[in-house]
Design a protein around this ligand. Structure first.
Ligand code: G3H
Ligand code: 13P
Ligand code: ZN
Length: 309
């Protein structure tokens, strides 16, 4: 099966009241853990690559690893650029075989966001590539850029119809209170489902994307801290909120931090239990297994997309 676009995936997800997991990938073990999990539960997948991941692992290596995963799994998999910050980066990913790109101009004024997003759409659509854009601004850390909670801006539902109409974009990321990274909520988690509802009312049938959707699984943070880590107590997005979003217009749920936590907790545990270990397979192997376990749980219990490939 060749790489697929997100268009058909989102249509089915919207109609079926579930969401597709968009997992960030940076190396072979992460790609294997995610795709093996999806194969076992027969789920469609979006593998997303940030500018940082592309710089770290190299575009060609990542594409070839993903091609290998498709051969091994025969699943519908889309490759997506996460948080593209320029036309040139989006173009490079489109020319290099990605089936979907995000142009994240959410930090720009409305008119400039429209202009840059439309420029990417005009290049992507004739080449069969889908485009995600963002309105509103999430707090947290992306590619080492930190957005303070007070600088985060909820999406204004009054802007979404004009934005979608004028850009021709295929999906829209909105800010409803999630944030990137492992430190999301100080107190009780709060998501503005009223904003999501209003966006859905104004854009019926249109796929919405939720960034910053890791649950920051407490067991991983505990394990990391038990074995020498110093992560402050952190709260992520509760799973029931993600399930609710998935049953609404949210068709794509982005997860990166939970993968990082799973991997780091596992590797710390291996070294704590066997300080003499120096064979990378002995710590990367268990990390890959833990990612697989985590992703299976997300696909079945959180996203609801198991069996939908
Ligand atoms: O939203 C950002 C993702 O977690 C990717 O992070 O830019 O450090 O690869 P990264
Ligand atoms: P998390 O940091 O919550 O995993 O969010 C990932 C994300 O939104 C990638 O674009
Ligand atoms: Zn994101």
């Amino acid at each position: 099966m060749p790489l697929v676009s997100t268009k058909e995936m989102f249509k089915k997800a919207y109609e079926g009241g579930y969401a597709i997991g968009a997992f960030n990938v940076n190396n072979m073990e992460i790609i294997q853990g995610i795709t093996e999990a999806a194969k076992e539960v027969n789920a469609p997948l979006i593998l997303q690559v940030s500018a940082g991941a592309r710089k770290y692992a190299n575009h060609t290596y990542l594409m070839k690893l993903i091609e290998a995963a498709i051969i091994e799994t025969d699943l519908p998999i889309a490759v997506h650029l996460d948080h593209g910050d320029s036309f040139e980066l989006c173009k490079s990913c489109i020319d290099g075989g990605f089936t979907s790109v995000m142009i994240d101009a959410s930090h720009l004024p409305f008119e400039e966001n429209i202009k840059l997003t439309k420029q990417v759409v005009d290049y992507a659509h004739p080449r069969g590539v889908a485009v995600e854009a963002e309105l509103g601004r999430l707090a947290g850390v992306e590619d080492d850029v930190k957005v303070a909670a007070e600088d985060a801006i909820y999406t204004d539902p009054k802007e979404v119809e004009e934005f979608v109409e004028r850009t021709g974009v295929d999906s829209l990321a909105i800010a409803i209170g999630t944030s990137h990274g492992a430190y999301k909520f100080k107190g009780e988690a709060k998501l503005r489902f009223d904003i999501l509802e209003e966006v859905q009312r104004r854009l019926p049938g249109f796929p919405i994307v939720l960034h910053g959707a890791s649950s920051v699984i407490p067991e991983y943070v505990e394990t990391i801290n038990k074995f020498g880590g110093q992560m402050p107590g952190a709260k992520g997005v509760p799973e029931d909120m993600l399930r609710k979003a998935a049953s609404m217009a949210v068709c794509k749920i982005n997860i990166d931090s939970d993968l990082r936590l799973a991997m780091t907790a596992t590797i710390r545990k291996v070294f704590a239990e066997n300080p003499a270990e120096f064979d990378p397979r002995k710590y990367l192997g268990p990390a890959r297994e833990e990612i697989k376990k985590l992703v299976k749980h997300k696909l079945i219990n959180v996203l609801g997309c198991a069996g939908k490939a």
